[in-house]
Design a binder for this molecule. Sequence first.
Ligand code: G6Q
Length: 546
Amino acid sequence: MAPSQKSVAETPAWQALAKHFEQVRGIHLRELFAADNTRGERMTAEAAGLYFDYSKHRVTDETMKLLLALAEARGLRERIDAMFRGDKINATEKRAVLHTALRAPRGASVVVDGQNVVPEVHATLDRMAEFSRRVRDGEWKGHTGRRIRAVINIGIGGSDLGPVMAYEALHHYSMRDLTVRFVSNVDGTDFAEATRDLDAAETLFIISSKTFTTLETMTNAHSARDWSVRALGDEKAVARHFVAVSTNAAEVVKFGIDTANMFGFWDWVGGRYSMDSAIGLSTMIAIGPENFTAMLEGFRALDEHFRAAPFERNLPVLMGLLAVWYNNFFGAETVAVLPYEQYLKRFPAYLQQLTMESNGKHVTLDGAVVNYQTGPIFWGEPGTNGQHSFYQMIHQGTKLIPCDFIAFDEPLNPLGRHHDLLIANVIAQGEALAFGKTAEQVKAEGAPDWLAPHRTFEGNRPSTTIMARRLSPATLGALVALYEHSVFTQGSIWGVNSFDQWGVELGKALAQKIIPELEAANEPALNHDSSTAALIRRYRKARRKA
Ligand code: G6Q
């Protein structure tokens, strides 16, 4: 990939930004707004129902010009085309990256290894829709003939976080007399608590695992099978109470699930990019196929925008470039994602995987160790709760924390003045962060001299405000696609592979050595450092006593 050949930090486009940074770093947002009273309307963009206000960023028109030039210089346009076309841009795994094909319209064509994958995508969606309909209508019966009233998705990482986030985000649209839960952790508490009040005769498990070999998921899946078979007294019950979502048919069969009850996806769908593949089966059962289709349409609208809109009006490109600006020039280490929408409570956790697993990389595509920072830390909580906790640091701490505020014009649960109060808060936060409060203002309000420094807010703290009409399935799709493509934009600038996860693969292998050492009947010979060995011995002793 040509643009990654040279460290981005050595490119003229980057160096021009570094020079420009020295000129603008001291400019206050107060000055920028005072100099241009159209800024708040001008520095906005809109796509797929999302209004994107980036005026409260520490950028001038020149900054934006230089950032856009950086995107051009890094070949972002070609990278976008290569991704949508199905080129194997996930070079370390030699795979295409085609989550965008998951939401391509029926009749579109995306060719991978000589084959159009879109018909397969829609065939799977159709099967998912039919299955969801049968579960929702009570037509799909459990082993004893009772209807399904609880669905448990067992999966982890990309096979969990997207479905959980989407289920919570779209809970308003979900079938309320169906219990939907998620088990991910190998900690037995997760499974025990998820099942303790459920009746096995009415419970369906979806085992979601791309590989169908992941330790946590397979351990939970086996416990689920034991739980069902014990309660229903018949191995045959598995056929009515277990379905699989996987790319690995052989392992699915080995587990005892008929491939007729398996929903497939493909190696060109990364785990953290898979919530709109069959991995979203639990979402579809909860909200129904029509709502799921609407969600895919939201994804697609943003995909089309990313692919076709000029960069200066392109939301994911702008978002990604601003992230690079703070990460690499201001030295910001984190980004706070602050949805003012209770249903988006798991959105920050979902984004942590999407962003940090994608761009938490220290080598470029061609294997060179980077000499600049890559992906920032993402974190956050829904507003207004965060305001009563960590916002203190965002306002007055020593760290620069760019914020993404997300809010909606219409509430899903109108209740008195609640929504006006919620929105007043999110707008006020962005304003306060940007403009702060000077010592003079504080004193004019009557604060004594000794207290004034404590009550002064320097301001100049950047934020993006994203607003949409209401949190609908389509809006959620657009929002997720916005972050997916922003991550890709950032990865393309840094020249890293946003689609592999060797760090996760290591984690999958590490515990394998220690498991037999914990469980061995006789004291095993331990070939570890002294701390690891002592911890193993300590646990073995405690285990014997217990
Ligand atoms: C995602 C990662 C990772 C993966 C899980 C689950 O991009 O690869 O989070 O999704 O490790 O993997 P399986 O779906 O194979 O069980």
